[in-house]
Design a protein around this ligand. Structure first.
Ligand code: G6P
Ligand code: ZN
Length: 542
């Protein structure tokens, strides 16, 4: 029943920030997915007889690869596979299932917020037993293995019925098709004050959640409409579609524009939110206000104790380096730990495992906590609703009060996408060469106090990650960060993160780009962005 199939290696199976992501036709090449999955198994030790969790975001090619992965898990000696019904598991739900059932690890099929469909993106990612993305030493080993692999093992059996919940035995292994939503919804109910949120909704407070035809649809239906009693229709685009309805399932102001326009218009609901393809990102909107991910992190951390799951306080906060320093002020006031890590959720794993931090966040629309080891879109939405229910104030009031208490960190990211990779690298290199001479100099009327190339020393596992972004710090707490994206697929994406701290609450209502104008000019004068990239303006401003 077990077949050993000879194969030829591919040389391009290097996992990126979040697993292996390629276009569907690349994955459809002979044995492409099989090679990668076998390379994962070959890089792990001690899984014989143990449990593997498998699920994906429902995108095109999800079901095919899930069948393959189940048959290969059986052939390789796993004792059990837990797979979400219909092949569905959001990324945070998969993380929870791995943790709850003490699985050996999990395979998550997703390309996150990238479009899906026959010519769009697909991805395979391995998560370890703590529920979080595999660390670099494992992803490096997978890549090394994938370049020389010459055979894979697969059980020669018919396809599993993924739509019927229940267990069966195949090729000596148990396959359990599980409800993808229930355990996760129970976890959310254990963390948040559902009666208070239900009461808020009963009083007529309107919410809208846009699932973007991606994986959070069934989760949001169950949680917001069934368990919390939001009126039918509060959850939109809730059927996961293989091509996300032809849309780009990225919850930002461009791809969730309809929701944004509604929230900025007359008769807007009190709260609007969205999540991405695999359910780990979030977009938070109030009536007439967009809450930046950096502000959201700070506000959630400052108010987390209002939710039952965090009522005894938080141990600390971690943010990725380019995320604004708003959260640092909250940590200082609460007297808890604050960590600054490189971009990428995997850097939070050790801090969470050691309980050095409880809440983590990134400027790229990811927020989460120690409840799982992935960022979690619905978690962020529910914590916001819990805070709104307890405080009885609007989103805008809560944000304004936060700024009044802590000051406002005006923040914006300017992206230059698909620029020439050599030009982008030399721009960063040129900045690196000037790091020693910048401190003490004036750029316009701004004085540089420090400049460095961010390096992170993980005190828990001793690893060091260098060259994580150029930081230029100015007097008064303003900051410019230059960094190249690690998730782009063509050319290079230069990201320029600009931040200015404003304590005076009379100056908290400025237009963000205007408030940052002198720093934006300084970024140009320090880095020569125009002449080096040939671009007059950023391709995206967030
Ligand atoms: C993915 C990762 C995040 C990261 C984001 C942006 O979503 O999971 O941790 O912040 O990509 O990465 P980039 O390298 O493109 O700035
Ligand atoms: Zn995602």
């Amino acid at each position: 029943m077990i077949k050993i199939v000879p194969t030829t290696p591919y040389q391009d199976q290097k996992p990126g920030t979040s697993g292996l992501r390629k276009k569907v036709p690349v994955f459809q090449q002979p044995n492409y997915a099989e090679n990668f999955i076998q390379s994962i198994f070959d890089s792990l030790d001690g899984y014989q007889g143990k449990t593997l969790v498998i699920g994906g975001d429902g995108r095109f090619y999800n079901r095919e690869v899930i069948q393959t992965a189940i048959k290969m898990a059986a052939a390789n000696g796993f004792g059990k596979v837990m797979v979400g019904q219909g092949g569905i598991l959001s990324t945070p739900a998969a993380s929870h299932i791995i943790r709850k059932y003490k699985a050996f690890g999990g395979i998550i099929l997703s390309a996150s917020h990238n479009p899906g469909g026959p010519t769009e993106d697909f991805g395979i990612k391995y998560n370890i037993g703590n529920g979080g993305p595999a660390p670099e030493k494992i992803t490096d080993a997978i890549y090394v293995r994938s370049k020389v692999i010459d055979a894979y093992k697969i059980a020669n059996i018919p396809d599993i019925n993924l739509d019927r919940i229940g267990s069966q035995s195949i090729a000596g292994m148990t396959v359990s098709v599980i409800d993808p939503v229930e355990d996760y919804a129970n976890l959310m109910e254990s963390l948040f004050d559902f009666p208070a949120i239900r009461n808020l909704l009963n009083l007529g407070f309107r919410i809208v959640f846009d699932a973007m035809h991606a994986v959070t649809g069934p989760y949001a239906k169950e949680i917001f409409e069934n368990r919390l009693g939001a009126p039918l229709g509060s959850v939109r685009n809730f059927v996961p579609l293989p091509d996300f309805g032809g849309h780009h399932p990225d919850p930002n102001l461009v791809h969730a524009k309809e929701l944004y326009d509604e929230m900025m218009g007359d008769n807007a609901p009190g709260f609007g939110a969205a999540s991405d393809g695999d359910g780990d990102r979030n977009l938070i909107l109030g009536e007439g206000i967009f809450v930046t991910p950096s502000d959201s992190l700070a506000i959630l951390a400052a108010n987390a104790n209002l939710a039952p799951g965090y009522s005894s306080g938080i141990s600390g906060i971690a943010r990725s380096m380019p995320t604004s320093q708003a959260a640092d002020r909250v940590a200082a006031r609460l007297g808890v730990n604050m960590f600054e890590t490189p971009t990428g959720w995997k850097f939070f794993g050790n801090l969470l495992d050691e309980d050095l931090v409880t809440i983590c966040g990134e400027e790229s629309a990811g927020t989460g906590s120690s409840h799982v080891r992935e960022k979690d879109g619905l978690w962020a939405v529910l914590l916001w609703l819990n805070i709104l229910a307890v405080r009885g104030e609007s989103v805008a009031d809560i944000v304004r009060q936060h700024w009044a208490t802590y000051g406002r960190n005006y923040y914006s990211r300017h992206d230059y996408e698909e620029v020439d990779a050599a030009a982008a690298n030399s721009l960063i290199e040129a900045l690196r060469n000037r790091l020693d001479t910048l401190p003490g100099t004036m750029i316009g009327h701004l004085k540089v106090t420090a400049a460095d190339d961010f390096a992170y020393h993980d005190k828990i596992d001793g690893s060091v990650s260098k060259n994580q972004g150029i930081r230029i710090l100015f007097e008064g707490g303003s900051r410019i960060v230059f960094r190249l994206s690690g998730t782009g697929t063509s050319g290079a994406t230069l990201r320029v993160y600009i931040e200015r701290y404003e304590e005076d609450c009379m100056k908290h209502d400025l237009d963000t780009q205007e408030a940052l104008a002198d720093l934006i000019a300084a970024a140009e004068s320090i880095a020569d962005i125009r002449s080096r990239t040939g671009r007059d303006t950023p391709s995206v401003i967030t």
